[in-house]
Design a protein around this ligand. Structure first.
Ligand code: EPZ
Length: 454
C-alpha cells in the first residue's frame, strides 16, 4: 500500500494529488477511527463568530476542505483566524470585519453553500452583504428561496444581480414571524444567525431541530443570545444588542460515524468509532439492529460489527429525528450484502441516488424508482419529491473503475470498493476530503489494502 506522502510526482513534489485510489477489496475492515466535530456545525459556528464583539474559540474542528473554505471566506471579510492552544482548535477574532470584494469571495467560495449564512451577521455588522451565486449540487438544485424570504421579513433589501445577491439593511433588522414551508436546516440557521441581534422577538415555526442546530443554539446562547426551543418545531429568539465570543467544543460528526458503521457492516468487519454518542444516533442505531448489525455503546465511542447475516429493511429518509438523508448512501452499500429486498425512500433531496450507478456497475442489484413506491400520510408534510431505491441482495460486488459524484456518494463508492472482490480504481476522490478528515490514514488504520495514485 502506497500512501500519499510516499508518492513523488513527476516534478519531484512529495505526495500526489490524491485524486485516484486503487483499492483491493473483499477483506473486513477492523480497527478504531476517531470522528471530530461535525462539518455541518463547525462551518456554521465559524460564521457565528462574526456576531461577537470579542474573539471566539472553536474546538474539535476537523481538518477538512469545507472548513478551510469557510476559514478563507472569514479572512477575506477581515476575521483573523489563528490556531488555539490545542490541536484542532481555532481562535476567531472578528474585530476588524469589513466587507470583502466580490472577486475575493467568489475565489474562495468554491462549491460551498456556507456563504449564504454570512448574510445576517454581515448585515448586522456592516449593514450590507454580497453573496456570489451558490454552486448547485449533484443531489438537487439546492434553492435558497426560504433564506431570502426570511431575510426580507427581517427587513433586508435583497437585490439579485447577475453575479450573485446584494443585501442591505437601511433601517437595521427587526424581529419577524417566520413559518418555514419545510424544516430546512440551512434556512433555520439563517434565521438563528439573523434573529439573535435583530430588534425584538422572532418566532420561527416548522424549524429544523437536528442535533447540529441545537449545538448552534448552544453556541449562540454562550454568546449572549436568548433562544427558547418550544414544542412542535417552534423556536423563539429575543434579539439582544450585543454578543460576545464563545468557547465551544463541537458536537461529533454523525454522518462520518454512520459511514464507518456501514463500512463495518458491508465488509463484515469491526470498527470502533471514537467520539460517537448514542443520543444523537438513536434512529441510525435502530436501523443497524434491524439490518442485523450489532453495536456496543462505550464511554468514548461506539463499536460496530455485523451480528450475523444482514437482513433487508425498508427505510425512509426524513428530517430529525428521522433517518438522515446523509445516512442512506453508506447504508445502501451494506444493503447490497443483505439477503432479500430492501427499499430506501429518499424524501429530502431531488436526486440523491445517482451514486447507485457505480454500485450496479460493481454487480449490485439496485433499481431506482423516480416516483417512489408508497403513498400515505407522512409525519412531516412532504415536499413533492419521492424517490425510492429497491436493493436486492446479497450480490457479490466486483472491482470496477468508478468516479466519485459528490461527498456522501463518494464515501459510499470507497466502501463499495472495499467490499468488492478484486481491484477498483476510484477517481475524483479529492471531493471526499471536503467532509472526511484524514480519510487515507483512517482506511490504513482499518487494514484497507489500497494505493494512492497520482
Ligand atoms: C444541510 O443542507 C446539510 N449541509 C446537508 O448535508 C444535509 O443533507 C441537509 O442539511 C439535510 O439534513 C450543510 O449543513 C452544509 P436543507 P441544507 O435546507 O441546509 C430544500 C452534506 O453532505 N430547500 O435542509 O442545504 C432543499 O432543496 C450535506 O453534508 C428549499 O427548497 O439542507 C432540500 O430539498 C448534503 N429552499 C430540502 O429543502 C431553501 O431555501 C432540505 O434542504 C432551502 C432548502
Amino acid at each position: 500500500m502506497t500512501l500519499l506522502n510516499d508518492i513523488v510526482s513527476a516534478d519531484g513534489r512529495k505526495g500526489g494529488s490524491g485524486e485516484t485510489l486503487a483499492i483491493r477489496g473483499g477483506r473486513p475492515l477492523r480497527g478504531r477511527v476517531e470522528v471530530k466535530g461535525a462539518k455541518n456545525l463547525v462551518t456554521k459556528a465559524m460564521v457565528a463568530a462574526i456576531l461577537g464583539e470579542s474573539p471566539s474559540i472553536l474546538r474539535d474542528v476537523p481538518d477538512i476542505s469545507d472548513v478551510a473554505v469557510v476559514r478563507s471566506l472569514l479572512e477575506v471579510h477581515g476575521v483573523h483566524v489563528t490556531d488555539a492552544d490545542e490541536p484542532g482548535a481555532f481562535v476567531l477574532d472578528p474585530a476588524e470585519v469589513e466587507s470583502a470584494h466580490f472577486e475575493e469571495i467568489d475565489a474562495h467560495a468554491g462549491a460551498s453553500r456556507i456563504p449564504i449564512l454570512f448574510c445576517g451577521p454581515l448585515l448586522h455588522r456592516l449593514g450590507q452583504a454580497f453573496i456570489p451565486d451558490l454552486g448547485g449540487c449533484r443531489i438537487g438544485d439546492r434553492p435558497i428561496d426560504f433564506h431570502l424570504d426570511a431575510l426580507r421579513k427581517f427587513g433586508a433589501v435583497v437585490e439579485k444581480l447577475p453575479s450573485g445577491i446584494r443585501l442591505s439593511a437601511p433601517n437595521g433588522l427587526h424581529g419577524a414571524n417566520i413559518h418555514l414551508p419545510y424544516p430546512s436546516v440551512g434556512a433555520t440557521e439563517q434565521v438563528l444567525l439573523t434573529a439573535v441581534r435583530a430588534a425584538g422577538v422572532t418566532e420561527l415555526r416548522n424549524a429544523a431541530i437536528e442535533p447540529e442546530i441545537m449545538d448552534l443554539i448552544a453556541v449562540l446562547q454562550k454568546m449572549g443570545a436568548i433562544i427558547s426551543y418550544e414544542p412542535n418545531r417552534v423556536i423563539l429568539i429575543e434579539g439582544v444588542d450585543r454578543l460576545r465570543g464563545y468557547d465551544h467544543r463541537a458536537i461529533f460528526d454523525r454522518n462520518e460515524a454512520a459511514s464507518w458503521a456501514c463500512a463495518a457492516l458491508a465488509t463484515d468487519g469491526e470498527i470502533f468509532v471514537g467520539g460517537a454518542k448514542q443520543q444523537e444516533m438513536l434512529t441510525f442505531l435502530n436501523v443497524v439492529r434491524k439490518v442485523g448489525g450489532d453495536f456496543e455503546i462505550h464511554e468514548d465511542g461506539i463499536l460496530f460489527r455485523r451480528g450475523g447475516e444482514l437482513k433487508p429493511v425498508i427505510v425512509e429518509t426524513d428530517v430529525h429525528p428521522g433517518f438522515m438523508t446523509d445516512w442512506q448512501q453508506p447504508l445502501i452499500v451494506a444493503l447490497t450484502q443483505a439477503t432479500g429486498e430492501s427499499i430506501v425512500h429518499e424524501t429530502v433531496y431531488e436526486n440523491r441516488f445517482g451514486f447507485t450507478q457505480a454500485l450496479v456497475q460493481m454487480g449490485a442489484d439496485i433499481v431506482v424508482h423516480p416516483h417512489g413506491l408508497q403513498e400515505g400520510p407522512r409525519r412531516v408534510p412532504r415536499r413533492n419529491l419521492e424517490q425510492a431505491a429497491v436493493i436486492n441482495g446479497p450480490t457479490p460486488l466486483h472491482g470496477a473503475d468508478i468516479t466519485v459524484p459528490d461527498l456522501r456518494g463518494g464515501y459510499s463508492h470507497v466502501i463499495a470498493a472495499l467490499t468488492a472482490e478484486g481491484e477498483s480504481i476510484v477517481r475524483n476522490v479529492g471531493i471526499i476530503s471536503r467532509g472526511y478528515e484524514k480519510l487515507f490514514d483512517k482506511l490504513a488504520a482499518l487494514g484497507a489494502d489500497f494505493d494512492v495514485l497520482g
